[in-house]
Design a protein around this ligand. Structure first.
Ligand SMILES: NC(=O)c1ccc[n+]([C@@H]2O[C@H](COP(=O)([O-])OP(=O)(O)OC[C@H]3O[C@@H](n4cnc5c(N)ncnc54)[C@H](O)[C@@H]3O)[C@@H](O)[C@H]2O)c1
Length: 305
């Protein structure tokens, strides 16, 4: 099978590319390398360095049209949602708009990567395919540039499905594993581990009672492959997340335990959701569930750092 992975040089995309290549697929990656890294791509794939807002880049990537598109290219990273909210909306909305137009043109199955943030500040858990999206007034802060862009992406995908496109939606839940971005624009697990190893301090935003469903990358990639491969799933959405709800305090304690670092409480992030837990009943059709425990995932990551 020929597969186009946009955002394939990023964290999740590069793990997907590894698995596709291992099973013998032909892989093309479209990535502007703004956050992705060419070095995390295996040899044997074709890289088109281009912007997903630009249809010409898509056409180059589809010189030999693929059988399947995994569209992961997006601006990700909590601080960026505030700092460059305009670019986040532009890339994430126009990226999926182009993905749909190319998938229609070449008659290709499309998997769109949305996010639990598409539900905004919905407090009723678990988040299911029937949950409402809830966003606060935009003048308070612009954190939801990301979540709202993913919500609009889902709207566009569902509209295209009604018009005959075979498209599916994946919502990954706080995925962690090797290559996850740390630093000031990174994700919580990698930021904590990096801080713990470099500075012997783990920062907790707010009081640390907020929860997340931390999900090991290899588990998630198995689900991504299933969503792309199984027939007759048009219009279905899959919450690929662990059902174990972990307080950020507990995550910090584990990282401290494994590294000998100390905890430190700092300001909360605007619009940070209090809880984020997936309803995974819809995953029965693909026979997927997360199986790796947080302890074993973290040990793996810290030992390999
Ligand atoms: N990692 C998670 O836990 C998680 C959770 C929910 C949703 N997602 C979604 O999964 C996808 C992948 O996330 P990730 O964690 O690997 O993020 P990432 O930032 O590591 O990967 C995104 C990739 O997209 C590329 N990119 C950004 N702007 C681009 C543009 N204009 N044109 C082409 N490429 C561009 C980046 O260079 C990067 O390689 C994203 O759509 C993200 O919203 C991820």
């Amino acid at each position: 099978m020929r597969v186009l992975v946009t955002g394939g040089a990023g964290f999740l995309g590069s793990h997907l590319v590894d698995s596709l290549l291992q099973r013998g697929d032909e892989v093309v990656v479209l990535d502007d390398l703004s956050r992705g890294n060419e070095e995390q791509l295996p040899s044997g794939i074709k890289l088109i360095k281009g912007d997903c807002r630009d249809l010409e880049s898509w056409e180059k990537a589809c010189e030999n049209p693929p059988d399947l598109i995994h569209h992961l290219a997006a601006i990700n990273g909590t601080r960026l949602f505030h700092e460059i909210a305009d670019v986040v909306v532009d890339v994430n909305v126009n990226g999926i708009k182009n993905a749909i137009s190319i998938a229609k043109k070449y008659g290709v199955r499309l998997v769109f990567y949305s996010s639990p943030e598409a539900f905004g500040e919905q407090e009723n858990m678990p988040l299911s395919n029937k949950s409402n999206s809830l966003f606060p007034p935009a003048n308070l802060h612009q954190r939801h540039s990301y979540g709202a862009s993913k919500y609009l992406g889902e709207i566009m995908v569902q509209h295209a499905v009604r018009n005959g496109l075979d498209a599916r939606i994946v919502r990954p839940y706080n995925v962690y594993g090797p290559r996850l971005h740390g630093g000031k624009n990174g994700q919580v697990v990698a930021m904590m581990i990096q801080d713990a190893l470099q500075n012997k301090v783990v920062e907790i935003h707010g009081d640390g009672t907020q929860t997340r469903s931390l999900t090991w990358v290899e588990d998630v990639v198995k689900g991504m492959l299933l969503v792309g491969d199984i027939p007759n799933l048009a219009g279905q959405s899959f919450n690929l997340g662990s059902t174990v709800e972990t307080q950020i305090n507990v995550l910090a304690e584990l990282v401290c335990k494994f590294t000998g670092a100390e905890k430190k409480y700092v300001d909360a992030n605007h619009g940070d959701s209090k809880r984020r837990v997936p309803d995974v009943t819809g995953n029965q059709i693909i026979g997927w569930q997360a199986t790796t425990s947080l302890e074993s995932g973290l040990r793996n990551l810290i030992d390999g750092a």
